[in-house]
Ligand binder design. Structure first.
Ligand SMILES: [Fe+2]
Ligand SMILES: [Fe+2]
Length: 247
């Protein structure tokens, strides 16, 4: 079976539409797993969620940004982060269509599936041992492992012949580690390049072949949405996450 992996859309409807257009050209892709952080950072939460929830071939899980925006929308505790992050998530939560709140709440933090006899784990990122069910305000996700060796070590306590994760954003990576595959398709919506990345994996009983793909999209159009809306912290997002200094 061929599956596609998309992750860290972060409210970028322009990049998502381009990637789905490309995925839809390949009729052999049977399922699309969406590895969380659908919202947060970008403005288009409702448009992105409308697309994700309208398709029966997309299997979404939650990411930390999704949970933080949800927590804010429900009046729950947020992480005691820098006030800029709190203001940013509040802005998005206030504009989140209530129809999507219940849908988001019903999503899991991970999906474990048997695909062609292979044990596959889809998870936004590694969760600290004993923290798997903790509220997002308790910071259940592990700190980022920055290289292949430390990522391999971090996920060594997770099950799965294939582990698909996101959260790191860049660079995308495929690691064949001790007979299993760790794959991060990279952030679809937030990068300093004019390309949105995603991945496909061909899973059979004997092999798992993964590849990273990219599609060009208008990062400029996405960036231009920020000053117009005046979302809190947008200057930092544009310079640090999108590499736009001349907005
Ligand atoms: Fe993310
Ligand atoms: Fe994340």
């Amino acid at each position: 079976m061929r599956i596609a992996l998309i992750s860290d859309i972060h409210g970028n409807k322009f990049a998502l539409d381009k990637v789905l257009e490309e995925i839809d050209k390949d009729p052999s892709i049977e399922r699309i797993y969406c590895l969380g952080d659908m919202v947060g950072l970008g403005l288009f939460s409702n448009e992105v969620l409308e697309t994700i929830f309208s398709r029966s071939d997309i299997y979404p899980i939650l990411g930390n940004h999704d949970e933080l925006v949800m927590a804010m929308a429900k009046g729950e505790e947020h992480t005691p982060d820098h006030h800029m992050v709190v203001d940013h998530h509040r802005y998005l939560a206030e504009r989140l269509d209530r129809r999507f709140l219940d849908r988001l709440e019903s999503l899991p933090r991970s999906i474990r599936a048997n695909i062609e006899g292979r044990d596959v784990l889809f998870i936004h990122y590694h969760l600290e041992k004993g923290m798997e069910n903790e509220h997002i305000s308790k910071r259940p996700y592990s700190p980022l492992a920055l290289d292949t060796a430390s990522t391999r070590k971090l996920f060594s306590d997770c099950p799965g012949d294939l582990i698909a994760y996101g959260h790191r954003h860049y660079p995308p990576s495929i690691d064949h580690a001790d007979g299993r595959v760790l794959i991060d398709p990279g952030s679809l919506g937030i990068s300093t390049r004019n390309f949105a990345t995603y991945a496909t994996v061909d899973i059979t009983a004997d092999s798992m072949e993964a590849r990273i793909l990219e599609v060009e999209y208008s990062r400029k159009e996405f960036a231009e949405s920020y000053p117009k809306a005046g979302i809190p912290g947008y200057e930092f997002i544009l310079t640090s996450f999108l590499g736009m200094d001349d907005y």
